[in-house]
Ligand binder design. Structure first.
Ligand SMILES: Nc1ncnc2c1ncn2[C@@H]1O[C@H](COP(=O)(O)OP(=O)(O)O)[C@@H](O)[C@H]1O
Ligand SMILES: N[C@@H](CCC(=O)OP(=O)(O)O)C(=O)O
Length: 386
């Protein structure tokens, strides 16, 4: 979605909203705070109402991937647990039990419209591995072509970071990148992003529109509630991740009557965060989407400038230190000497080789390493400046 109007806050809000109806591929993320009926199992009425609206979008020729939380809460109900357990393996067990109920509820609800659903359980690591990423992408795209609604959640049985943090927002953004969605809708328990957390600041005002990269929003965003836990911080970060593949993000209250349909009809609801840079090609999105990198390269000031301003490759001569263990072809973070993240990229040398060629001119690589495959530490085609 284009951002021409994003810079002029007073004009064009409604113009931008009208464009939502033209967006073909939607990723809709429904958060725990909404799905879990204040901890008493799934909010089935809410789910049925969102499904009604999604069915309308599908009927109108749009494609929808649903990213849904709620497995832990449903699992707790099925297991008769009143309190969210502290122990990780119990949370994971609850998620495994509850995922059944979650999928059953969606399956039944979409069946009213003769729509099939598909369960897709992913981890961030799956999306960091190039082969799994490509497999995941083709499966999701095939499901969309078949008119099936993929319902994505984290694979909580095998990962622990996300379940602790309670963050499906990032997963929603990564899925938006994978399927190259046009719009990411994040349904939550507040009407949108406010100037401060409205739970503690009754005077806070809603932000109608902005740029996904605007760092002021991160400062306004606080953590989450009891059931959902990532809070607004993860939603803002998700908007900026989604923007990398050109998707606009709407953060909006899922309890607003007919919210998805009304957004589609161009009503000024929630917060629209627009992408403000050209979308990255798919390979670069995949690199940028890596939340965990395999190691760090520390760059001198000249190398930082060459990457930032010159769009150049990273040469070994500009690398002053290498940390961590990585292999050729893995994603590493590039930092300046103060530790700030500058870029991420696919490295041409393993960590042991990289340590041997720190600050080395490309012409001398062969004498140090014996053989030289590439003169660059990271080629610019494999580098994303952050
Ligand atoms: N600036 C803000 N604007 C709106 N909500 C905010 C803000 N800062 C923090 N929040 C909190 O974020 C919560 C939503 O996030 P979260 O609890 O993780 O929900 P979900 O399960 O939908 O992801 C809200 O209940 C709200 O209290
Ligand atoms: N994957 C887990 C937790 C994910 C979660 O709570 O995320 P969020 O909805 O962003 O607060 C679940 O389905 O319960």
């Amino acid at each position: 979605m284009s951002n021409e109007q994003a810079q002029s806050p007073d004009s064009g809000y409604l113009e931008q909203r009208k464009k939502l109806a033209q967006q073909k591929r939607w990723v809709i993320k429904i958060g725990s705070a909404l799905l879990t009926n204040d901890g008493q199992g799934l909010n089935r009425d809410g789910m049925a109402a969102w499904v009604d609206q999604i069915a309308r979008l599908l009927e109108l020729g749009h494609e929808v991937v649903l990213v849904s939380s709620g497995s832990v809460a449903e699992g707790m109900t099925r297991l008769g647990w009143k309190q969210r357990p502290d122990q990780l393996h119990q949370l994971q067990a609850a998620a495994a039990v509850g995922q059944m109920g979650l999928i059953q509820a969606y399956e039944t609800s979409f069946a009213r419209y003769q729509r099939s659903t598909a369960q897709v359980l992913l981890t961030h690591d799956d999306l960091s591995d190039r082969t799994r990423y490509l497999n995941g992408r083709s499966t999701l795209k095939t499901l969309l072509q078949l008119g099936v609604v993929p319902i994505v959640n984290e694979n909580d049985t095998v990962v622990t970071d996300e379940i602790c943090f309670g963050d499906n927002d990032t997963l929603g953004a990564l899925v938006a990148n994978v399927v190259e969605a046009d719009v990411l809708v994040i349904l939550t328990d507040q009407d949108g992003l406010f100037t401060a957390d409205p739970r503690t600041n009754p005077d806070a005002e809603i932000i109608h529109q902005g740029l996904a990269s605007d760092e002021r929003f991160t400062a306004m965003a606080g953590g989450g509630g009891v059931l959902g836990r990532g809070g607004m911080v993860t939603k803002i970060r998700a908007a900026s991740l989604a923007a990398r593949s050109g998707a606009a993000t709407v953060i909006v209250g899922g309890r607003i009557d007919n919210v998805i349909s009304r957004l589609y009809d161009g009503e000024l609801l929630g917060t629209l965060l627009l992408p403000d840079k050209e979308p990255l090609v798919a390979r670069k999105q995949w690199i940028a989407g890596h939340l965990q990198t395999h190691g760090d390269l520390v760059l001198d000031a000249g190398a930082v400038n060459a990457l930032r301003d010159g769009g150049r490759s990273l040469l070994p001569i500009g690398v002053v230190a290498a940390h961590g263990r990585f292999e050729r072809g893995q994603v590493v973070a590039c930092r300046d000497e103060q530790g700030r993240l500058i870029a991420k990229g696919l490295v041409n040398y393993s960590s042991s080789e990289a340590l041997k060629i720190l600050k080395t001119p490309s012409s001398q690589l062969e004498s140090v390493l014996g053989v030289v495959s590439e003169p660059e530490m990271i080629h610019r085609d494999n580098l994303v400046v952050i």
